[in-house]
Design a protein around this ligand. Structure first.
Ligand code: GLC
Ligand code: CA
Length: 564
């Protein structure tokens, strides 16, 4: 097993709009991030992934870029970006930027030119198709943000493709000039000091158009995808020792190996989605189902076993597109703290690179969206208009409940720094409502509380630095058929970790006597501070109780609480 820094690292995702406002306009910004770097260093993360901070009309909060080499006006200036990079590097951390190149904004100069005619120099920078012979869009593909994926432009008498909003036209990767522009832009940011890329929906860049216009949506993982990634690797990434993570909705474990097997020269890891879809019914994201742990366990275990020594995965339970993990997979009402810590075991004790989404380390929860006025995200707003108003597929009650559970705004409420007005995020009016629970869930409180979720994260992160088995150990499931236990071992040579988690509010007995011989294991970590090792290996786990055992009395220096 080859050691790599990006396997050992822990990544922290910042959604800049909601992290820290520095000038009172209610919008987070780069100077705000700079002012919080000491907090992030103290937490112990190695890498910051910052969601897009490039020039954008903000139809999709920066995932619609109108100039790839300029900073978003609301977020600050290039000088502030340079300061931020310097501040990150001075603290020994790294920066990963979001590379959003499946599409640009329709306000990008390329698209403004492209739409004018079929013959201008940018005419083929986007995906243009003629109407069907009988009229209407070239095929029946649906946008991920509702409605047809095609928009008609009279100047060309053609439709352009937008897998997301009409303000996010898809770039034409089959045009070598487009690929060259993207490679040059990547080098521009590498020269400015970025240490890696998170590649937005990168498995959508090559499209395959079915002959049958009424055929299914075949836009995932088209025929030239791997060719384009290998070319990008050769031209830009190779030899720089970067972290590259591809966002790959719909990818299977076999696909993941194709993207990340080192000998293929593509990416270092991907974001997979199967585990994010377990609470969706056949009608998709808004056709919600209750979360059931065994499905999550089956899924994550299968990925663990498939990828070991063949590829590499990212580990995450939430991000800016997903609801908060404690609200979704834990119990945010009765056991918020216990379940937040328990879920941290799942992210940090499996094999892969762990990602923390801002506020997760505090156990931040969903917003409890009350009505349409609370919504900011175009995905939820469009879905409401389409599914409730236009097509009556869902009742307003169902849809509001679906948005309350799954809407992306849940993750985008301001970071909860302290219990002052607006949670210390801004001195002005925040662009999105602050979660009222900031009064008891906030960083200032947790920094001074030894039993807080935040302190638990700090401890986990410092353990990862000391213990190769946490990074490189092989995964082996335990009690794979139990209704509420999610338990496993990690094994590296002689070193073993045993991780046991009770995913329920009911007391749950577990017998480890056949697995961990008496005296052989010591307590490594537990989310109830009064947990004690049992001499006979039998435990009665309390609600959302979890613990980790380690088989070697390894020499650990006294815990350094300074966060280094
Ligand atoms: C990715 C981003 C999401 C964005 C979409 C379109 O899924 O994570 O926030 O809306 O791509 O760029
Ligand atoms: Ca601001």
């Amino acid at each position: 097993m080859e050691r790599q820094w990006w396997k050992e690292a822990v990544v922290y995702q910042i959604y800049p709009r909601s992290f820290q406002d520095s000038n009172g306009d209610g919008i987070g910004d780069l100077a705000g991030i700079s002012s919080r770097l000491d907090y992030l260093k103290h937490l112990g993360v190695d890498v910051l992934w910052i969601s897009p901070f490039f020039k954008s009309p903000n139809d999709d909060n920066g995932y619609d870029i109108s100039d790839y080499r300029e900073i978003m006006t609301e977020f600050g200036t290039m000088a502030e970006f340079d300061e931020l990079v310097a501040g990150i590097h001075a603290r020994g951390m790294k920066l990963v930027m979001d590379l959003v190149v499946n599409h640009s904004s329709d306000e990008h100069a390329w698209f403004q030119a492209s739409r004018q005619s079929r013959t201008n120099p940018w005419a083929d920078y986007y995906i243009w198709k003629d109407p069907r012979p009988e009229g209407g869009p070239p095929n029946d593909w649906q946008s991920i943000f509702s409605g047809s994926a095609w928009e008609y432009v009279p100047e060309r008498g053609q439709y352009y493709l937008h897998l997301f909003s009409p303000k996010q036209p898809d770039l034409n990767w089959d045009n070598p000039a487009v690929r060259r522009e993207i490679h040059e832009m990547m080098k521009f940011w590498l020269d400015k000091g970025v240490d890696g890329f998170r590649m937005d929906v990168i498995n959508l860049i090559s499209k395959s158009f079915a002959a049958d216009p009424e055929g299914e949506d075949l836009y995932f993982q088209g025929p030239r995808l791997h060719e384009y990634l290998q070319e990008m690797n050769r031209n830009v990434l190779a030899g720089r020792n970067l972290l590259t993570v591809g966002e790959c909705p719909g990818a299977s474990p076999e696909d993941a190996i194709d993207f990340t097997a080192p000998e293929r020269g593509e990416l270092t890891m991907i974001f997979t989605f199967e585990h994010m879809d377990l609470d969706s019914g056949p009608g998709g994201k808004w056709d919600f189902r209750e979360f059931a742990m065994p499905a999550l366990r089956e899924n994550l275990s299968r990925w663990q076993l498939s990828l070991h020594e063949r590829g590499w995965n990212s580990l995450y339970l939430n991000n800016h597109d997903q609801p908060r993990m404690v609200s979704r997979f834990g119990d945010d009402r009765r056991y918020p703290k216990e379940s937040a810590k328990l879920l941290a075991h799942v992210v940090h004790f499996l094999e892969g690179t762990p990602y923390i989404y801002q506020g997760e380390e505090l156990g931040m929860t969903n917003l409890n969206i009350e009505g349409l006025d609370d919504l900011r995200d175009l995905e939820s707003i469009n879905a409401w208009h389409d599914l409730v108003e236009a097509r009556s597929l869902f009742t307003p009650e169902h849809m509001m409940e679906a948005i309350r559970r799954k809407g992306r705004d849940n993750a985008r409420t301001p970071m909860q720094w302290d219990d002052s007005p607006q949670a210390g995020f801004t001195t002005g009016q925040p662009w999105i409502r602050v979660n009222p629970n900031y009064q008891w869930i906030n960083a200032a409180q947790q920094l001074s509380d030894p039993d807080s979720v935040l302190q638990y994260y700090r401890r986990i992160l410092s353990l990862r630095r000391e213990l190769p088995v946490m990074v490189y150990g092989r995964f082996e499931p335990l009690f794979p058929d139990h209704p509420s236990l999610f338990a496993w071992e990690r094994i590296l040579g002689e070193e073993r970790l045993i991780v046991v988690n009770n995913f329920s509010a009911e007391p749950t007995p577990v017998d480890l006597s056949g697995i961990a011989r008496q005296g052989e294991f010591e307590l490594f970590l537990a989310n109830y501070s009064d947990f004690r090792l049992s001499p006979d290996g039998r435990y009665e786990l309390r609600p959302y109780e979890g613990f980790v055992l380690y088989n070697e009395a390894h020499e650990r220096e006294d815990q350094d609480v300074s966060g280094r």
